[in-house]
Design a protein around this ligand. Structure first.
Ligand code: NAG
Ligand code: NAG
Ligand code: NAG
Ligand code: NAG
Ligand code: NAG
Ligand code: NAG
Length: 553
């Protein structure tokens, strides 16, 4: 097929620059037939860029197709909480810009869903799935939304999530919120979508938008990405701005892409990363300009790479046999691709990490502090929330919030912390302990445990084990599809009837590295993806939307 080879955006940008010099007849010639346009479950940003440029279809038509797909499956999966009522008119204006020869970049005219904790100043709400914030108005767009718009992306809607990014109940479920109810996974009926970026995961897995943004405090990008057969990038805390993102913790929150391919995730990360005066953690970014993470991806990235395996943290459970087998097979693949493997590149203070209660101290005191700061920035605050206590009172009294069936114990534990906010020494000491346990006692220690003066390039782990240690010290993780549970897997259900383990359930491989070392992790993840093509070759979701772009042409 003519365009089976991805066309790089750099080439297209050059073509775009010279477009006005071209004779009209040679512009915008669609070189494929309608039947060759890829299915929206497989299409990539490179495909879309080519076809939009060649005039095969418009962003308006693409947006219509995604909306139709959402409407086909949402009543079963509940993944998309709100559509952007302006999506089609934004698409039309981006089409008009393109016609005039202005192409903003690789995301120009590409529809993207964002998690319902990333604020937009438009007709959409930003609620973390809770009625407490319905109708609230932020002072402006979050930096994430503003950057997506500047890059030309169409913010298609808000993806559902575990309410309050899973920081509310001790007996809740991933993917449930008061506003949208239970989100389920597309790979098995009633399967846990994981969380807390559950809707972002399910929607990206089915091509309900090209990709989505999620957010992570501990596991909330990595876990739903692996459970929905996706690539997820959990950036270093500070690489992407959290300004006007409903917080859990300033020390651990980060926003990142959840996409079907490494390159697409890299395009999106490039658009959203960068210094933001509204979030001073971004001042830690060590490079003068954001790298173009998508630009130099190579299949040969493992050649000479030193890869460690922290076996100490990879443990067998009653259900994870297929994951451990697939992981060991991946190690062999990575070895064949030219990497030096270092077994037992372990986290030096792993036993202390396992025992540590520092995380709940940091998260509790951060949430108490940061959620109040978020409330206080709202220009409309319909339920007059000004503290965590206000939020607890609201949630316990609105029946749509399903209290006490879903309790508020996580918040009560935060209220019971022995200081008022995260400025006390107790909170600081816990954070410093986390920096050690995740850094020199954790990921950094493992990276420096072998491989000579420069240490190792990266660590690999089944994604089930990767998130927690990276979370506490703000380290990056990239997860890529690694496999699926086999057809004979016994179905396990939790007490609420949600399936927690099932045939065809996807799982991922994680790459961990030093702070701000995303480029290295993306390069390695790309080489693994290109060699294995797990997503492409693997099992398909049990439910698939049928609408395609051709239906709107
Ligand atoms: C936002 O919430 C209001 C209720 O306060 C609702 O009327 C409106 O439709 C919501 N916006 C979207 C895009 O769903
Ligand atoms: C998707 O379903 C959920 C649950 O019924 C609902 O809250 C949400 O508004 C729906 N989204 C759309 C776009 O219709
Ligand atoms: C950001 O500002 C806060 C409060 O002013 C301060 O405590 C913190 O150290 C700053 N962080 C960085 C990375 O500059
Ligand atoms: C994976 O490899 C490790 C290290 O060689 C070994 O200890 C472990 O038993 C293997 N696990 C499986 C499931 O093959
Ligand atoms: C926090 O971590 C440090 C270092 O491991 C440990 O000494 C301390 O007991 C931990 N605190 C709690 C509350 O677990
Ligand atoms: C959740 O916990 C609360 C107590 O905190 C309890 O009342 C409620 O029944 C629990 N829900 C379920 C489904 O067990």
């Amino acid at each position: 097929m003519l365009f089976s080879k991805p066309v790089s955006f750099a080439v297209l940008a050059l073509q775009a620059l010279s477009v006005n010099a071209m004779p009209a007849a040679s512009r915008h010639v669609c070189k494929i037939s309608l039947s060759e346009i890829p299915d929206l479950i497989d299409i990539t940003i490179d495909d879309i860029t080519t076809y939009l440029y060649d005039g095969c279809f418009t962003s308006y038509q693409l947006t219509q197709a995604y909306i139709a797909r959402i409407n086909e499956v949402n009543s079963t999966l509940h993944a998309v909480l709100e559509l952007n009522p302006d999506a089609l008119s934004i698409a039309a204006s981006l089409d008009a810009e393109r016609t005039k020869g202005k192409i903003r970049g690789p995301l120009h005219g590409v529809p993207i869903l964002i998690k319902d904790n990333i604020a937009t100043l438009d007709k959409m709400n930003n609620t973390a799935g809770s009625y407490a914030l319905l109708g609230a108005v932020p002072p402006r767009d979050s930096t994430m939304a503003a950057k997506l718009r500047t890059a030309g992306a169409i913010i298609l809607g808000k993806a559902g999530l575990s309410e309050w990014a899973n920081y509310r109940s001790s007996n809740g479920t991933s993917g449930w919120s008061g506003r949208h109810g239970q989100i389920t996974n597309a790979y098995y009926p009633n399967l846990d979508p994981s969380g807390s970026s559950s809707g972002s995961g399910v929607a990206s897995s089915l091509g309900l938008s090209l990709a989505s943004l999620g957010s992570e405090t501990s596991g909330s990008i990595v876990s739903p990405s692996q459970r929905n057969n996706l690539v997820g990038i959990k950036p270093t805390v500070g690489l992407t701005s959290r300004y006007l993102v409903i917080p859990i913790s300033e020390h651990q929150d980060t926003v990142g892409p959840m996409a079907r391919t490494v390159k697409d995730a890299a395009y999106i990360l490039t658009a959203i990363a960068g210094v933001d005066p509204y979030d001073n953690y971004t001042s830690a970014i060590p490079f003068p300009a954001v790298p173009e993470y998508w630009k130099h991806l190579q299949r040969s990235s493992f050649q000479g790479a030193k890869i460690g395996i922290p076996r100490i943290a990879i443990t067998a459970s009653s259900t994870n046999g297929p994951v451990l087998t697939a992981f060991n097979a991946s190690v062999e693949i990575i070895k064949k691709l030219g990497a030096e493997i270092y077994e037992n590149a372990d986290f030096p203070a792993y036993a202390e990490f396992r025992r540590s209660g520092n995380s709940s101290i940091v998260l509790g005191l951060d949430f108490k502090t940061n959620v109040k700061q978020y409330f206080d920035q709202l220009v409309v605050n319909p339920n007059n929330l000004h503290s965590l206590q206000d939020l607890i009172d609201y949630t316990m009294s609105d029946p749509r919030e399903a209290y006490p069936d879903r309790n508020v114990n996580t918040w009560i534990a935060a209220m019971n912390q022995p200081c008022e906010d995260n400025s006390c020494k107790y909170a600081w000491d816990a954070y410093q302990a986390n920096l050690y346990l995740g850094g020199p006692g954790g990921i950094l220690g493992a990276l420096e445990s072998a491989g000579g003066d420069d240490g190792l390039d990266a660590l690999i782990m089944p994604s089930d084990f990767a998130a927690g240690i990276a979370a506490i010290a703000g380290y990056p993780v990239v997860t890529v599809p690694m496999g699926f549970y086999p057809p004979n897997t016994p179905v396990v259900r939790n007490s609420r009837g949600l399936v927690s383990n099932a045939p065809n359930q996807p799982f991922g491989l994680s790459f961990l590295g030093r702070r701000f070392d995303e480029q290295k992790l993306i390069n390695l993840a790309f080489a693994y993806e290109q060699k294995t093509k797990v997503r492409e070759k693997g099992v398909k979701p049990y439910i698939m939307p049928s609408a395609q772009i051709v239906d709107f042409m």
